[in-house]
Design a protein around this ligand. Structure first.
Ligand SMILES: *Cc1c(COP(=O)(O)O)cnc(C)c1O
Length: 350
């Protein structure tokens, strides 16, 4: 497949001379460090944070590479996946000229980030059972279509896209194809990171915010060709991942077994919650889930949403979203939380 990343790149980014930080120029650990205007005495906190962190998170990437079966040079780490999304727009999309293709209903940040960056959005809806429409997607694209965002398993629909549809788009879409796998840990689907060496136009996003339970730390992963990762590294803020985040994740990441136990517990709770919701006569539909949430159709979902808030049960109201009429998105909680939700639902719907 012929694919020229540089021809997609905005010309001023191709020419850009990046900032070189003090920690770029000398990477040794030993020495008297008088190069970065840090406080030599330590920090006001108990733990010292007075030194700037590794701008490329090398130690952490070594561990992630092992777990994910990729090379460290194929990994970008961002302040959440949202940073990678924003950097992709800034690297590839000329405001007022280029466009991106979004497949609603899907994750809201692709659209918000396009709007922040003044980039045209072309929408190709999913089918009523939330599958891709590959031919329509290609028909919507033109020479200025720089990025196609595919979320699988998808938020808010919870289902996964057909693998053959994603492969078809990887083969035929002329721009970058982003496959957002924020929920892949809850799915039986193999990751598209396995396809990186076959498709130079592929970028896979994953996150520590969901299965790993680290939403507050803000750590997102992007996997792509070395060439594409170099571009993201060139334009990111130099110290985008704090030292606290790097150290905390590095210390815990070896315990992959704990993550796997939590995933199994969430999957078991998902089945419990689904089974209990199915017993409720007013529940019209529970969409198949490959994620850690259920999309549930209930009559008068707006009213139910508000009534649940009165009961201090907060779910996500998706009733106004395309193809999601009367749908609530319910995150799988602990057994106690799920039972509290079920009890409140029975109380507010009579
Ligand atoms: C939650 C979520 C993310 C994660 O975003 P972070 O910025 O890494 O917390 C990414 N994509 C989708 C579709 C999500 O639902």
């Amino acid at each position: 497949m012929s694919f020229d990343l540089n021809s997609l790149l905005r010309p001023h980014i191709a020419k850009l001379q990046p900032y070189t930080s003090a920690r770029d120029e000398y990477t040794g650990k030993e020495g008297v460090f008088l190069d970065a205007n840090e406080n030599p005495f330590g920090s006001i906190t108990e733990q010292d944070f007075n030194r700037y962190p590794d701008p490329y998170q090398s130690a952490l990437k070594e561990e992630i590479a092992q777990i994910k079966g990729v090379r460290p040079s194929q990994i970008f780490l961002g302040n959440g996946s949202d940073e990678a999304i924003d950097l992709l727009y800034r690297a590839f999309c000329n405001p007022g000229k280029d466009n991106v293709i979004l497949l609603p209903p899907t994750y809201g940040m692709y659209e918000v980030s396009a709007n922040i960056n003044d980039v045209e959005i072309r929408k190709v809806a999913l089918t009523p059972d939330f599958q891709l429409q590959p031919d329509q997607i290609l028909a919507a694209a033109d020479a200025n279509s720089k990025i196609l965002f595919i979320c699988s398993p998808n938020n808010p629909s919870a289902n996964k896209a057909k693998r053959e549809d994603i492969l078809f788009l990887l083969e035929n879409f002329k721009g970058l194809v982003v496959v957002d796998e924020a929920y892949i840990d809850f799915s039986d689907e193999p990751s598209f990171t396995n396809e990186l060496d076959r498709f130079p136009n592929l970028l896979v996003m994953q996150t520590f915010s969901k299965a790993w339970g680290l939403a507050s730390l803000r750590l997102g992963m992007a996997f792509a060709s070395e060439e594409l990762i170099r571009i993201l590294n060139k334009i990111k803020p130099p110290y985008n991942i704090s030292g606290l985040t790097q150290e905390t994740v590095l210390a815990a990441i070896k315990d992959k077994a704990k993550v796997d136990r939590m995933i199994q517990a969430i999957l078991a709770e998902r089945e419990f919650l689904k089974g209990e919701l199915e017993k409720l006569p007013f529940v019209q539909r529970i969409h198949p889930s490959h994620a850690n949430f259920l999309l549930v159709q209930i009559p008068n979902a707006n009213q139910v949403y508000n009534d649940l808030i009165e009961e201090k049960i907060i779910v996500r109201n998706r009733a106004k979203v395309l193809l999601c009429a009367d749908c609530l998105r319910i995150t799988v909680g602990t057994r106690e939380e799920n039972e509290a939700l079920l009890k409140a639902l029975k109380k507010v719907i009579k």
